[in-house]
Design a protein around this ligand. Structure first.
Ligand SMILES: Cc1cc2nc3c(=O)[nH]c(=O)nc-3n(C[C@H](O)[C@H](O)[C@H](O)COP(=O)(O)O)c2cc1C
Length: 210
């Protein structure tokens, strides 16, 4: 009788172990099928002075994937203040500037990193165009941002609103340049080394890196 109880206990324990192992494997961000790879990852970014591009390249070095810079059919003016004025007008009217960049085979990507600078404390209009134009339903969307020190503003929130059927992960934001003061590419040299560490730590936190 005691032997039978022992045997039953052993079986019960084995089942519990198996079940908890399976649950862990499903939840684990390290599950290979849940990680971005060279083939299933797209890194789209908007960058005027190179800071967001630097971060996009760091992400690509860490996780792989296809890097695409968004270009407009009609580029913004070179002058910073004229650009700010145009962006403010576009935000007020909801204008979506047409993109020159076309992305084929969007269906192959399960992970879409979307990078942008803060513009007028909002998501830049070209990124709004991108999110309106492409259906990211069912995909994991991962926003990242550079700014002049005032943070991402409402940009991450807008990404969530424009991707209602995507899984939007916690965004990354770091200080880039201050074009207003003539400081263009800031994420280089020692600052790039620092930013690379920030990027790596964020990718681990959101489960995108082993
Ligand atoms: C039109 C425009 C508006 C901007 N508005 C803001 C802002 O509201 N807050 C902020 O912190 N930085 C602002 N910036 C600065 C950029 O976010 C910052 O320089 C960023 O790092 C630039 O990224 P990029 O080099 O990839 O273009 C603005 C820049 C431009 C061109």
């Amino acid at each position: 009788m005691i032997r039978r109880i022992d045997a039953l206990l052993m079986i019960a324990l084995a089942v519990i172990c198996l079940l908890s192992g399976a649950a862990r494997a499903q939840q684990s961000p390290l599950n290979p099928q849940r990680l971005p790879t060279e083939k299933n990852t797209l890194i789209v970014y908007l960058s005027r002075t190179g800071n967001t591009r630097s971060i996009a390249e760091m992400i690509q070095q860490k996780v792989g994937g296809r890097l695409v810079a968004l270009e407009l059919q009609t580029p913004y003016p070179e002058d910073y203040h004229a650009t700010v004025q145009q962006v403010v007008r576009e935000n007020e009217t909801g204008y979506l500037p047409p993109l020159k960049t076309k992305i084929d085979n969007m269906e192959q990507y399960g992970f879409v990193f979307v990078g942008f600078p803060t513009w007028a404390m909002q998501l830049p209009p070209p990124i709004k165009s991108f999110l309106h134009q492409y259906d990211l339903k069912g995909k994991t969307v991962i926003p990242f941002n550079t700014n002049a020190g005032y943070g991402p503003g409402s940009s991450f929130q807008t990404v969530r609103v424009l991707c209602p059927q995507s899984k939007v992960l916690e965004g990354f934001s770091t200080r880039g340049g201050v074009e207003r003061d003539g400081q263009l590419l800031a994420i280089k040299d020692a600052r790039a080394d620092e930013a690379r560490k920030e990027v790596e730590s964020w990718l681990r936190t959101i489960g995108m890196l082993e």
